[in-house]
Design a protein around this ligand. Sequence first.
Ligand SMILES: Cc1cc2nc3c(=O)[nH]c(=O)nc-3n(C[C@H](O)[C@H](O)[C@H](O)COP(=O)(O)O)c2cc1C
Length: 189
Amino acid sequence: MTVLFVNACLRGDESRTLTLCREYLEGIEDVKEVNLAELKLDPYYGGQVAFRAQLEAHDNYDDPLFDLAKDFAEADEIVIGAPYWDLSFPAALKIYVEHICAMGITFHYTDQGICEGMCQARHLTYITTCGGKVAGINFGYEYMCGLANMLGIPEVRFAVAEDLDVVGADIEANLNEARNTIAELRETR
Ligand SMILES: Cc1cc2nc3c(=O)[nH]c(=O)nc-3n(C[C@H](O)[C@H](O)[C@H](O)COP(=O)(O)O)c2cc1C
């Protein structure tokens, strides 16, 4: 079984989100990590979109620009770790999404014109932390639900630690709440 870990915890070892992700992944063999802080992907602009589209139109998927999408499509399980930034997640993660949304690899259109996901993963686990209380609507998580739906991943699982930057908050207790969820998620992999 391959687990693809998309690490969007851009503060590296300082990141509380990354600590939670490592706890979820502990002891799991066959984890492939995509470290977005190291990759520093470029966003797609018109020229690259046109170049990729003509490759897709010819079913020509040999170009390395498709490698991230292939890994995403083939993984048995996806884990994404990202802090809550500006109501969702770091832009680096959105740019990664641009790279993996490759038609013919992670999704395609049926003859009836319906978008159909092509990914193998049985679930996507989204782990995040927030400075404040996001009060039930976490747009990072909501976005991932939409993405998973588009790419054919049937389940999205979620662990969050909130109130990590609030003065006087019991940060360790807030992290422990997420740890409890993570322990349950590990049991139901
Ligand atoms: C650029 C930036 C934007 C942020 N935006 C939000 C936000 O919209 N809502 C919120 O509750 N916290 C926000 N925060 C606080 C982070 O979510 C919080 O510190 C989080 O725990 C950081 O995760 P990390 O320790 O893994 O880096 C932001 C922090 C940064 C650096």
